[in-house]
Write a protein that binds this ligand. Sequence first.
Ligand code: F6P
Length: 322
Amino acid sequence: MTLNLLGIATTGGDAPGMNAALRAAVRTAVTNGLKVIGFERGYAGILANESRLLDARSVSGIIHLGGTFLKTTRADEMRTQEGISKATAVLKQNRLEGLIVIGGNGSMRAACRLHEASGIPIIGIPATIDNDLAGTDATIGFDTAVNTGLEALDKIRDTATSHERVFVVEVMGRNRGFVALEVGVGAGAEVILVPEIKYDIDKICRMLIESKRHGKRSAIIVMAEGAGDSTEVTEAIREKTGFEVRLTRLGHVQRGGHPTAQSRLLACEMGAASVEFLLDGKKKHMTGIQSGRMVPVDLEYASTVEKPIEERLYRLALALAT
Ligand code: F6P
């Protein structure tokens, strides 16, 4: 298929590796003779028609940087029909023949609607620390966020052990527990709380008391944001166990920093594959990785189907936390 002009944008919460994905997509497009315009601040930039021409040089020196040089926003307007129509008009005004959207769940949902309204081929690149998109084994930034979480957890473990305290550590994941699960398993957390699996706080307190009787004098509880109110969990454990308890929220620290090797490689492969999928005539897809291979996944499927959490990992963490 011959294409002349592509648009590209990074949208929603930033994720380490977005820059590497931009670089790969822009350079693959340029190598194939395409012109690329980059929209500033994600969908907000599309809605405001704010873009600039990107060439191979404009993406130099960014492969190792966190964040996104095109900037990003959460554009609530894209949830409305009015927003979709406005964005459609801008894409048409620019005579775009394809658009690449780099972002998370909400961004993919909006991309789907935008394709349906405009008919313009759109390929999504899954970039979110939450790893909550179906049809892909991993998303860009997830591995970096897990490693950032692990580094913090190792430090917290030092002070938890020294003071014989329980730490509740809240990690990101408003709706899903992928980050909490991998950080929890990797850090050897005694308890992992995720939105997908019900828990009983009294049972957890009994377990902590019991393990204290067996000589365990500190513990780490890794909790996803979406698994409940971390202040309430902290208070309940303090009241019911007699342990000294502290709460740490890792927050946006997990969204920043240099992308890990895994996040960069994924970004390079996905950026390049997305342009190839467009050239191949794909129209409404997200680039996924499945068993090490780049695959086009239906955008609707990717953004609406709930990706299952690895309960096997959860059970492993429990089994090892004796
Ligand atoms: O981008 C995903 C995410 O980091 C979630 O894990 C978190 O709940 C949310 O974004 C925070 O969003 P914001 O930066 O808009 O506060």
